[in-house]
Design a protein around this ligand. Structure first.
Ligand code: 5GP
Length: 202
């Protein structure tokens, strides 16, 4: 998605070879129009799949799951990282190790909102190690719902997340795929040169 790549080039802060900060427009302050465009793009990519629910994980996937849900005219659900006292009913749960916070937590969603009748599209902000998304895939499996695929806003293709998901036969679509980055420069995967760079690394 060109618009997204331009914003990453203009405003993304590359903190190291592996960490990209996009707090000015994606996951702290949110450009609402861009978030809506992202939702429309996911809806376009997965059109024809009759998605019934969009699933994400709190907090930074929520705005994109909501935008996608609006575009598909279906509800979205976000997995909670801490079991709230209000979540008294039975839950599906899976462990997730956080790349940014270096801790493992149990994510959960109520069994009331997902079941075998559903076709689920998972949406998240980043695909890095894949831990968060593998946890959500596990939850969809527990529910008996059908997983249509995963939509990621930004994929760091030099990390193992995509291959972990593909090993589980999950269809993955990312709107911006970063082949490599270093302070001051970012290479997206549509460049032929960047593609070969990634292949060498994997
Ligand atoms: P995972 O490693 O499980 O694929 O990534 C889990 C979460 O960590 C993502 O949903 C995202 O919120 C956060 N994350 C991973 N890599 C980055 C990064 O480079 N920058 C930012 N801002 N968040 C990241």
């Amino acid at each position: 998605m060109k618009l997204l790549e331009e914003r990453i080039r203009q405003e993304g802060l590359i903190l190291s070879d592996t960490v990209l900060k996009v707090d000015s427009f994606l996951n702290h302050q949110v450009d609402t129009q861009l978030a809506l465009e992202i939702g429309k793009e996911f809806a376009r990519i997965f059109a024809g799949e009759t998605v019934t629910k969009v699933l994400t994980i709190e907090a930074s996937g929520i705005q994109f799951a909501m935008a996608t849900g609006i575009a598909l005219n279906v509800p979205f659900i976000y997995a909670k990282k801490k079991k709230a006292v209000t979540l008294a009913e039975q839950v599906y749960t899976a462990p997730v190790h956080s790349f940014t916070r270096q801790e493992t937590y149990q994510v959960s969603i109520s069994r009331n909102y997902l079941g075998p009748q559903d076709k689920v599209l998972i949406v998240d902000d980043f695909l890095a190690t894949g831990a968060a998304l593998v946890g959500l895939v596990d939850i969809v499996k527990q529910s008996g719902a059908e997983l249509v695929g995963v939509g990621c806003v930004i994929e760091k293709s030099f990390q193992e997340g995509r291959s972990l998901l593909e090993q589980k036969d999950v269809r993955v679509h990312s709107l911006a795929r970063i082949a490599s980055m270093a302070p001051g420069e970012v290479h997206f995967i549509e460049d032929e040169s960047a593609l070969s760079l990634v292949k060498e690394k994997v």
